[in-house]
Design a protein around this ligand. Structure first.
Ligand SMILES: C[S@@+](CC[C@H](N)C(=O)[O-])C[C@H]1O[C@@H](n2cnc3c(N)ncnc32)[C@H](O)[C@@H]1O
Length: 197
């Protein structure tokens, strides 16, 4: 089946300003997670990065190895301009690419409204690709919706569905009700911490 959620689809959304997912600042649950990390040299990937307020926060706080990928050419061009300084000093790279074709090895991958942007049939491939992109003992950390949307994107899921999807590749699989969500998402998202098997 052809994937219509492609570069054209997402670039059109950015061109039209139809970016309801964009909260405009670093997500509070992720900020709290970042604030307790001590090693600022860890290799971090943010796939489906969008405007990447999380990356800006990390870079402003001394993290030195950030990779951002997004399928939208429009978004990536804007982001490369916004983060030009960090790209030039080598602390950050911004790649126009489909996540599923990306190759690399990371200590930490950050999820936020990327899984919910993908056709649900891609979820097994998402879990496998996340596993393959992590170094041994690497972690996938982030926030995912468990609120039942009509249609999509965003596409949601239940804790049980997420567990089944991740358990082949991660151990332990920890999902907790997010207690520090932004107000608009309070009660509708889980915080996930998964260790690569
Ligand atoms: C709902 S937006 C979320 C953006 C960002 N994570 C945020 O929270 O603001 C989904 C993003 O994923 C990107 N995307 C969708 N499918 C992708 C894929 N297969 N590979 C890489 N990026 C993808 C879109 O272009 C878009 O920027």
């Amino acid at each position: 089946m052809e994937n219509i959620l492609n570069d054209d689809y997402w670039s059109q959304r950015y061109n039209d300003g139809q970016t309801g997912w964009d909260i405009g600042y670093v997500s509070t649950p992720l900020k709290a997670y970042f604030d307790q990390l001590t090693d600022k040299s860890v290799a971090i990937l943010i796939p489906g990065c969008g405007n990447s307020y999380e990356a800006e926060y990390l870079l402003n706080n001394g993290f030195t190895n950030i990779t951002l990928i997004d399928i939208s050419a429009v978004l990536v061009e804007r982001l490369q301009e916004k983060l030009q300084f960090c790209i030039e000093n080598g602390t950050c790279q911004v790649i126009h690419q489909d996540f599923f074709t990306h190759q690399g090895q990371y200590d930490l991958i950050i999820e936020q409204t990327f899984l919910s942007a993908l056709e649900p049939s891609l979820r097994p491939a998402y879990a496998r690709q996340m596993h393959d992109l992590l170094k041994p003992r690497g972690k996938l950390v982030g926030v995912i919706f468990d609120f039942p949307f009509d249609g999509g994107p965003p596409f949601s899921g239940t804790k049980e569905e997420y567990l089944a999807m991740f358990e082949p590749y991660f151990q332990p699989v920890i999902f907790e009700r997010c207690t520090n969500s932004i107000p608009q998402r309070a009660g509708n998202e889980l915080f996930l911490r998964l260790d690569r098997k």
